[in-house]
Design a protein around this ligand. Structure first.
Ligand code: ADP
Ligand code: F6P
Length: 319
């Protein structure tokens, strides 16, 4: 391959820039040119490109967000949209594509591969960490650290005022951020979409903890499992504890990536480019333990990541 493309798509995630750097410098090292598509798949359809040279990706390893911007493209979800994208890729002499994004973006990549036999390589980028066949997606660690630091701060004031705080973290369909942030922040309960929780039971636990002298509590809720305001109101009504709530929202998606996310992103980006140039296609690179792996996108997208029940139990044991 003489020229490959790279894009970021869907929700942004800290570390996407490091992944772009990994792709670009690995490909250039192999003698291939790289073009960046701006605004995800929409950028292919509109032929919105930027050439990516070795120096273009200097000074971005520490930057959150994505220099290529990102977008959600409804046109690309249609067959006609994807056909147009393939025409643009072909006319630009782009022979392969690295897609950095979440499960939606990877679904789009699989379609390019299956419908048009176009060489694609996926890189998992999502703070939610809900992509199968990899232990970690780019951005998850940074989002968890962000949430954990917020919990640490809130705990100080919760302790001083003897209050209950309900903190809502991201995770529309899953509780990976909630569970990891809850454990690392020492939360008393974690409410996630995968498991049904009894708010009454949580209230009873807080009441008996108060009798033992524990006067403040932190409850973490994933956005897909409930609304922090409603939960806080419920708790205050049932327990009479003074309760406050906080929605962390998009601050979890921004900020400088952690060392873990930077290294993960560089490794995954470089591996994706190398595998594409080695003739592999239709895969997603990932990490299992400390080992880099690559699985067919069809396998990745028909599998799911499960919450670790041992970690859930640990939240209860620690509370
Ligand atoms: P994420 O990649 O973070 O999961 P989305 O689910 O919004 O984010 O997907 C990002 C983009 O990927 C969509 O805007 C669309 O262009 C493309 N995409 C998502 N689902 C599909 C699909 N079923 N078929 C084709 N393209 C898709
Ligand atoms: O998928 C990542 C994520 O941050 C989810 O946790 C969240 O529900 C969603 O994206 C928010 O997306 P938007 O960009 O539409 O606000």
């Amino acid at each position: 391959m003489k020229k490959i493309g790279v894009l970021t798509s869907g929700g942004d995630a800290p570390g996407m820039n490091a992944a772009i750097r990994g792709v670009v410098r690995a490909a250039i090292g192999r003698g291939a040119a790289v073009v960046g598509y701006v605004h995800g798949y929409e950028g292919i359809i509109c032929d919105e490109t930027t050439p990516l040279y070795f120096h273009s990706v200097g000074g971005i390893i520490d930057r959150g967000g994505t220099i290529l911007r990102t977008a959600r493209s409804e046109t690309f979800k249609t067959y006609e949209g994807r056909k147009k994208a393939i025409e643009v890729l072909n006319s630009g002499g782009v022979e392969g594509l690295v897609i950095i994004g979440g499960d939606g973006s990877l679904t789009g990549a699989l379609k390019l591969h299956e419908e048009f036999d176009f060489p694609v390589m996926g890189v998992p980028g999502s703070i939610d960490n809900d992509i199968a066949a990899t232990d970690f997606s780019i951005g998850f660690d940074t989002a968890v650290v962000c949430a954990m630091q917020a919990i640490d701060r809130v705990r100080d004031t919760a302790y001083s005022h003897e209050r209950v705080f309900v903190i809502e973290v991201m995770g529309r369909h899953n509780g990976f951020i909630a569970l990891e942030a809850g454990l690392s922040g020492g939360a008393e309960a974690v409410i996630i979409p995968e498991v049904s929780s009894s708010l009454m039971e949580i209230c009873e636990q807080m009441k008996s903890a108060a009798e033992r002298g524990k006067k403040s509590s932190i409850i973490i809720v994933a956005e897909g499992a409930g609304n922090a305001k409603d939960i806080a109101e419920f708790i205050q009504k049932k327990t009479n504890f003074e309760t406050r709530y906080l929605v962390l929202g998009h601050m979890q998606r921004g900020g400088s990536p952690t060392a873990f996310d930077r290294v993960l992103a560089l490794r995954l980006g470089a591996t994706a480019a190398n595998r594409l140039l080695n003739g592999f296609r239709g895969e997603m690179v990932g990490v299992e333990g400390t080992r880099l792996v690559s699985h067919p996108l069809s396998y990745v997208l028909s599998s799911s990541r499960e919450i670790d029940p041992e970690k859930l139990l640990l939240v209860q044991t620690m509370a």
